[in-house]
Design a protein around this ligand. Structure first.
Ligand code: NAD
Ligand code: TDX
Length: 332
């Protein structure tokens, strides 16, 4: 039994991880989350109070972070500003949380010699051509495109430097695009599902040819747990489930699964600097730590996710109108 501190545990992937930990381990969890627009207490509802505690606070608050690190065995760091479109609108919070926040955690890890796992993204590697046979590996050079991905790249490099310079016991994982329950309606898949529920046509950026490599959030959680248990200190592991799909195919599948005409969507203004394709080679994680994705195929996963958004309208309804107004102001 370990005492885990999970930053950003009221967000999409962090809350899925907390549910996973409660279901599959006997660890206790303290969530440190600022509850920004992206954090939601309701994502932790129903979890046992003797296993999960929520502390509302900022990862850049050094005294608070120091006090929390002193009483935990390991930290899993999910907290971030996570949305590319927001980072194009106002990059500042991305620097404050993703860079200064991560720096604050690293300094506390150094002081208290606490094991830290840093959650990152495949977007640090930039993008691939559609027909490139190569996928991202742990040795692909960093080449981020957006304010969001450049701040995530910066945070990864800080972790590497604190490992090498100060002996901080940290690991890093870079994961592909996640889907599943508790994802904010600003993101691609929940936006389109909730659009269809509301009678709004799905919106595809540009031509819809861009490719993302999809993994269910629960498979991301099992990979993070494997790295926390068995990963080598100072190392980076790529997490992916061989789930490449074009955005157009994803929208058509959602429409089909929701009983609509698969052509019933709009092409809208493209994202500036829009990355074309991401693709992860997760051989290292599979070979060295024996991890395998457990979730069934993408279509089945999408079907379950659609069911979750239909059944949990009260979880997302409050955010929907504001998100659509933001996109409408940009012609998206
Ligand atoms: P999210 O936006 O849904 O959740 C982020 C959480 O962090 C929210 O609960 C928010 O309140 C909290 N937070 C933000 N700033 C904070 C601060 N200063 N102090 C404390 N808490 C703060 O994001 P997500 O999609 O769940 O992503 C989680 C992590 O996974 C991020 O680090 C992201 O870069 C990474 N990641 C995401 C994906 C994806 O597909 N969504 C893929 C790979 C990696
Ligand atoms: O309405 C939309 N229409 C559309 O075509 C939206 C919101 C998005 N898109 C496109 C843009 C991307 O090609 O869909 C794709 C996925 O978009 P997002 O959900 O915004 O994700 P992405 O930019 O790929 O980044 C996600 O994966 C990597 C997460 O948000 C990041 O936090 C993670 O690091």
């Amino acid at each position: 039994m370990a005492r885990l501190l999970v930053t950003g545990g009221a967000g999409f992937i962090g809350s899925n991880f907390v549910h996973h930990i409660v279901a599959h381990t006997d660890h206790t969890v303290t969530v440190l989350d600022k509850l920004t627009y992206a954090g939601n207490r309701a994502s932790l509802a129903g979890l046992p109070a003797d296993r999960v505690e929520l502390v509302v606070g900022n990862i850049a608050d050094a005294p608070l972070v120091d006090e929390l690190f002193a009483r935990h065995d390991a930290v899993v760091h999910y907290a971030a500003e996570s949305h590319n479109d927001n980072s194009l609108d106002d990059p500042r919070p991305f620097l404050d949380t993703n860079v200064v926040g991560t720096y604050t955690l690293l300094e506390a890890a150094r002081r208290h010699d606490v094991r830290l796992h840093h959650i990152s993204t495949d977007e640090v590697y930039g993008d691939l051509e559609l027909d490139d046979p190569q996928r991202f590996t742990e040795t692909t050079p960093y080449n981020p495109s957006s304010p969001y991905s450049s701040t995530k790249a910066a945070s990864d490099l800080l972790v590497r430097a604190w490992v090498r310079s100060f002996g901080v016991r940290a690991t890093i994982s870079n994961c592909s695009n996640n889907y599943g329950p508790f994802q904010h309606v600003e993101k691609f898949i929940p936006r389109q599902i909730t659009n269809v529920i509301r009678g709004i046509r799905p919106k595809l950026y540009g031509t819809g040819e861009n490719v993302r490599d999809w993994i269910h959030a629960d498979d991301h959680s099992s990979a993070v747990l494997a790295i926390l248990d068995r990963g080598a200190i100072g190392e980076t592991y790529l997490i992916g489930a061989d789930g490449e799909e074009s955005n157009k195919d994803v929208v058509e599948t959602i429409l089909d699964l929701m009983g609509k005409d698969p052509g019933d969507y709009d092409l809208v203004a493209d994202r500036p600097g829009h990355d074309l394709r991401y693709a992860i080679d997760s051989s290292r994680l599979r070979a060295e730590l024996g991890w395998r994705p457990q979730y069934p195929g993408f279509r089945e996963g999408l079907e379950a996710t659609i069911r979750w958004y239909r059944d949990n309208e009260s979880w997302w309804a409050g955010a929907k109108d504001g998100v659509e107004a933001f996109y409408a102001s940009k012609g998206q």
